[in-house]
Design a protein around this ligand. Structure first.
Ligand SMILES: [Zn+2]
Length: 407
């Protein structure tokens, strides 16, 4: 058995940043570096049917070790890191027996990981933390998930006395640019359900996410000399302002939490002749999600009556709440919960205010809740992961395999 920390460090040192502006899969050639290493490792530890396709999607099988027919289940993680922050030359720092005080990530630049600001740190007093050196992200999102799945498989191979059905594992590129599930071959994977190991702190278990749409509005104005514009000028900027004013001003990201939905205007560009608005719409409830889209259409419809049809609106659905697909097979959430409770981990079940690969996979026919991978402060220099949380995640995977075989 390889030490879990060594395994994790080996992965995070390989740069796998994805790139939304690329049209290839994987979006960056460097993702192959880790993908190829993983394929070799999966074969090495004794998994079967280890495959990698032209898009760098990796799959492998741990065969059943029991006679009885039990469901095939899967575990999924992604090996890319976000384009939002550098993943080049990751230089992890190991803090053993964390004392609950400030951690100096980078003395030169005075970058401090402090529990005064990141209170979650305090729950890991006495544990071993892996942090960055303040100049890159860490990549625990989601190389912690990869580490945990590989380690759990290696553990199960070494412990044939633990009985389990057929287990499939899948590693994907490009999750961080929203394309991790796009080319995932659900039929080839052949599992009844799966879990993404891509959540944050220990205990997290998620099966609800937003319904999501993006909207784009273009407004055609008419420029006339301002001194002689009365009754003639149509100022596209003014109309953009009217649209924004018509939206409920408290239903925005900065005023909502939990299951509250929102409209979020993220782009405005404008001149008199032409203005554009870009926004996203989010809601956990499908019906209120549809109502939000209708409300925006109504605003545009009314203003089009007032301004002679100078506004164009396009709305595109982006993803849906996986809850719809998970509720009919809710036992898959209960199994994960039961596994955590058996290991004295308190499940933290809360709706995701975003999407996951699991939501797309759920709509592709593979119901897929999300389980903690253990890291904190993803996508930046304050990212860290306690080794103990990774070890617990390995135990959760093993326990889920065991529980699924005994039901
Ligand atoms: Zn992730």
């Amino acid at each position: 058995m390889q030490d879990i920390l060594d395994r994790f460090l080996g992965y995070v040192k390989i740069d796998t940043q994805s790139d939304a502006s690329s049209n290839t899969t994987p979006s960056t050639a460097k993702q192959w570096d880790l993908a190829n290493k993983l394929v070799a490792e999966l074969k090495d530890i004794g998994l079967e049917d280890v495959t990698i396709d032209d898009n760098a999607y990796i799959m492998a099988t741990l065969p059943s070790n029991i006679d009885k027919e039990v469901p095939t289940i899967g575990f999924i993680a992604h090996f890319d890191t976000t384009p939002d922050f550098s993943g080049t030359n990751v230089n992890p720092q190991i803090i053993r027996n964390y004392d609950g005080k400030d951690i100096v990530l980078n003395a030169e630049e005075n970058i401090i990981l402090s529990p005064d600001y990141f209170e979650d740190l305090l729950q890991y007093k006495g544990q071993t933390l892996v942090t960055t050196d303040g100049t890159t992200l860490l990549g625990a999102d989601d190389k912690a998930g990869i580490t945990e799945i590989v380690t759990a498989m290696e553990f199960l191979i070494a412990h044939p006395e633990i009985k389990h059905g057929k287990i499939r594992i899948g590693f994907t590129p490009d999750e961080e640019i929203g394309r991790g599930a796009h080319k995932f071959d659900v039929d080839k994977f052949g599992a009844e359900w799966a879990y993404t190991m891509d959540g944050s702190q220990i205990g997290e278990l998620e099966y609800e996410n937003f319904n999501a749409a993006g909207a784009h509005i273009t407004i055609q104005g008419k420029s006339v000399h301002p001194g002689y514009a009365k009754g003639k000028m149509i100022n596209a900027i003014g109309i953009a302002q009217e649209i924004m004013a018509a939206l409920p001003n408290k239903e925005v990201p900065e005023h909502t939490s939990g299951r509250e939905g929102f409209y979020h205007i993220h782009t405005i560009k404008g001149e008199i002749e032409n203005a554009e608005l870009g926004l996203i719409i989010r809601d956990h409830e499908r019906s209120s999600f549809e109502d939000r889209k209708k409300a925006l259409e109504t605003i545009v419809f009314r203003l089009n009556e007032k301004y002679n049809n100078c506004i164009e609106l396009s709305i595109k659905d982006q993803y849906y709440n996986m809850k719809e697909k998970v509720m009919p097979v809710y036992h898959i959430v209960e199994t994960a919960k039961e596994a955590m409770e058996a290991l004295n981990i308190t499940p933290i079940i809360k709706p995701i205010r975003g999407g996951t690969d699991g939501s797309q996979l759920s709509y592709m026919g593979l119901p897929c809740p999300n389980i903690f991978a253990g890291g904190h402060n993803f996508h930046g220099k304050y990212e860290y992961v306690p080794v103990e949380s990774m070890e617990k995640a390995v135990e959760v995977i093993v326990k889920i395999c065991e529980l699924t075989a005994t039901k």
